[in-house]
Design a protein around this ligand. Structure first.
Ligand SMILES: *[C@@H]1O[C@H](CO)[C@@H](O)[C@H](O)[C@H]1NC(C)=O
Ligand SMILES: *[C@@H]1O[C@H](CO)[C@@H](O)[C@H](O)[C@H]1NC(C)=O
Length: 203
């Protein structure tokens, strides 16, 4: 009986270790990257058309060598608080495996402390919303170590908008244009028939 108890305890403990080890909480990450993005505050970028330039570098205020375990940088497009309101599917969670703030990956690339620039055309499937850009530093196991972002901690500064011009909307537009044209034509046909009926009745 005692053995069974300790076995269960052991299993529970190893589960706990696995959960804790596998989960990185955002609040534990230091902001060691300086990230800047080209969009101006409030700028509206069109999906499939407009480009974003992102630059990032190691903040040398942190001790030299701290970045020795940095292997990759993952650049993400993230929802600003205003575009998360009443949308559970974009909710911010401290545990990064549950966090839905940053859903659109721009690029993952090997880590370099300086001279990093990328230009990215906003993809057509990016939903219309307000965004900022965040970069995660990953270790050799793709675990988040530190981060950097284009906005302040409160996520109120340097936010920009994306206006989606997706194919789905285009086909919906075409469908509604066709439908309107059909209604107009039907109206004329109806009018014409009515008039003809009226004429034949007066004869
Ligand atoms: C670099 O890090 C220091 C210490 O955290 C911070 O005070 C400073 O604002 C950072 N520099 C930039 C450009 O973010
Ligand atoms: C960064 O780029 C500048 C100009 O292109 C170059 O002079 C400098 O050596 C580069 N620095 C690093 C660390 O690659």
């Amino acid at each position: 009986m005692a053995n069974q108890g300790s076995l269960i305890a052991l299993i529970l403990l190893s589960c706990l270790v696995a959960i804790c080890y596998g989960t990185v909480s955002f609040s534990s990450l230091q902001r060691t990257l300086i990230v800047t993005g080209s969009p101006q505050t409030g700028q509206v970028l069109k999906g499939g058309v407009d480009k974003i330039t992102v630059t990032w570098s190691y903040n040398t205020s942190f001790p030299a060598g701290t970045d020795s375990s940095y292997k990759k940088v993952k650049i993400m497009l993230c929802y600003a608080p205003i575009s998360q309101e009443e949308r559970a599917w974009r909710k911010t969670e401290d545990h990064l495996n549950k966090d839905k703030t940053c859903q659109h990956k721009i690029l993952t690339t090997p880590y370099k402390p300086s001279n990093n620039t990328l230009t990215w055309t906003v993809e057509k499937d990016i939903p219309t919303a307000t965004y900022f850009i965040r970069a995660y530093v990953l270790d050799s196991h793709d675990k988040e170590l530190t981060y950097g972002q284009t906005t302040n901690t409160e996520k109120t500064a340097n936010l920009f908008d994306v206006l989606a011009v997706s194919g789905r909307h285009l086909s919906l537009d075409i469908a509604s244009v066709c439908f309107s044209a059909f209604s107009v034509v039907s109206l004329f046909v109806f009018f014409f028939l009515e008039k003809r009926k009226a004429k034949s009745q007066t004869k």
